[in-house]
Write a protein that binds this ligand. Structure first.
Ligand code: BG6
Length: 491
């Protein structure tokens, strides 16, 4: 049998987001973002996803009164802002071809509605891109990853306001012009479907600000504005950078029916549509009929301006990117089923799978199934821009970190990816593992939920030197990249 390896030019790398990685929340003229005010893990059950997302106006106002970085860990992140040279050198040492990062909107337009961009913020990313270029690492930039300026929440009610389309496209135009020679791959909104699960983080929406309104309708109105903004961002990007590739970014929820009962199958299918409706709109350029039916049946009225549908139709995305951590099981509720925890949604535990320390079920074959599903549906190149194992790592007395469990996780997922490419005909552009250097968790805001090949010496309370330490998986991934996956099949 001939040697198995990934397609030539496969973009191996890792992913981060400014709000969880950069820190320096008030430096360099940066404004405050929703992430800087997000409640920490310190007073919540890390497995209670509903509670984590219940942000109130009072919470935000309280957050704005304090400089505390213990209760608000995203304010310190992993301090990439001051470590970017060292961090990028580490990525280069692993042989990264690609690095996914986001540009913090509030670093460029501190309040979102400013007339001029913050030059110091722009310069920071100039330096980051120059450093990446030095090592031949291709940046993959998310325009919005859970970080709208908080001013837009308090004074405009977030993405519910149509005015955000103009402010966002101004931000997009600014960064596309500035980095046109440096960045070819772009993503518009991270996990655009997550607005329904965490409206505050994704859409800047706080329920108590909409009394008397149907909050579900508010969320879908904001979603509509994001669809228009995403299409316009694609247009702007293509105009300014003709060879750019712009992708959507979805949370891939691969949902199995818990049993072969038709009721379970239907529920699984319906749940899958809750993500597909976003991809369908961004790829096919129109709202799918099942989403319109949902609006009608639930009495939801979306206010559109004339021309919106044409914009969405005219500027679809070039590729489909997604996060994949786990599959889920859906069932008609009944006795005896155990609820599973996962990426901000609840489902039933799959008895055939094991789980991470945080209860996320591990399913490499589910990644292959996801790739097939998405490719069959969209027939666009795919990009896995998040995947990985959040685990507790221990630094041994000799200073080493033996994360064999992470190597095992990646090994199985990479083989599933290659099967999808070779046996199922999927066109996969690349793979960026989540949190390639440890960063603050989105859902629980913990530092101890680590994903990286590189350890960051900082605990859940911000204690530590922020020193970077290579884990065992560092050399393993380096070898995978240098052999383009062939090392996965070595004895
Ligand atoms: C994705 C997000 O949902 O999952 C990331 O895009 C997030 O921002 C990642 O960090 C992993 O989730 P968590 O909660 O373990 O950080």
């Amino acid at each position: 049998m001939s040697k198995r390896e990934f397609p030539k030019g496969f973009l191996w790398g890792g992913a981060t987001a400014a709000n969880q990685f950069e820190g320096a929340w008030k430096e360099g003229g940066k404004g405050i973002s929703v992430a800087d005010c997000a409640r920490s893990h310190l007073d919540i059950d890390v497995k209670d996803y509903k509670r984590q997302n219940a942000v109130t106006t009072e919470d935000v106002l309280k957050a704005l009164e304090t400089e505390d970085t213990v209760y608000y860990p995203k304010r310190r992140g992993s301090d990439f802002y001051h470590h970017y040279k060292e961090d990028i050198a580490l990525l280069a040492e692993m042989g990264f071809k690609c690095f996914r990062m986001s540009i913090a909107w509030s670093r460029i337009f501190p309040n979102g509605d400013d007339s001029e961009p913050n030059e110091e913020g722009l310069q920071f990313y100039d330096k980051v891109f120059e450093e990446l270029e030095k090592y031949g690492i291709e940046p993959l930039v998310t325009m919005s990853h859970y970080e709208p300026p908080v001013n837009l929440v308090l004074n405009y009610d977030g993405w519910y306001s149509r005015e955000l389309i103009g402010m966002f496209t101004k931000f997009v135009e600014t960064i596309c012009r500035r980095y046109k020679d440096k960045v070819k791959y772009w993503l518009t909104f991270n996990e655009i479907d997550s607005i329904i699960r965490h409206p505050y983080t994704t859409g800047g929406l706080i329920e108590d600000r909409f009394s008397g309104k149907n909050f579900e309708e508010v969320i879908f109105q904001a979603m509509h504005h994001q669809f228009v903004a995403s299409a316009l961002a694609t247009k702007i990007c293509h105009e300014i950078i003709p060879d750019s590739m712009v992708g959507c970014m979805l949370t891939k929820k691969t949902i199995y029916p818990y049993s072969c009962r038709p009721e379970d199958v239907l529920i699984a299918q319906q749940n899958m549509r809750s993500t597909y409706c976003y991809g369908d709109t961004q790829v096919f350029g129109e709202y799918p009929s099942y989403l319109l039916a949902r609006f009608k049946n639930r009495g939801i009225n979306i206010v559109k301006e004339s021309g919106d549908d044409e914009i969405i139709k005219k500027y679809p995305v070039d590729f489909v990117s997604f996060s994949y951590y786990s599959s889920l099981c859906a069932a008609e509720p009944r006795e005896g089923l155990k609820e599973a925890v996962g990426n901000n949604s609840t489902a039933y535990e799959n008895p055939y799978l094991s789980s991470s320390d945080w209860g996320w079920q591990i399913d490499p074959l589910g990644l292959r199934i996801s790739l097939i599903d998405l490719y069959d549906r969209y027939r666009k190149p795919l990009f896995i821009v998040e995947n990985g194992l959040g685990a507790k790592d221990i630094v041994k007395e000799d200073g080493t970190i033996d994360d064999q469990y992470r190597i095992d996780y990646f090994d199985a997922h990479f083989k599933a990816m290659l099967d999808a490419i070779e046996y199922d005909g999927v066109d996969l552009l690349g793979y960026t593992s989540w949190g390639c250097i440890d960063l603050v968790s989105e859902s629980t805001k913990q530092m101890s939920k680590r994903y990286g090949f590189v350890y960051v010496d900082c605990d859940d309370y911000g204690n530590g030197t922020f020193e970077r330490i290579r884990k065992k998986s560092f050399d393993w991934y380096k070898k995978v990249i240098s052999t383009n996956g062939a090392s996965l099949f070595e004895e």
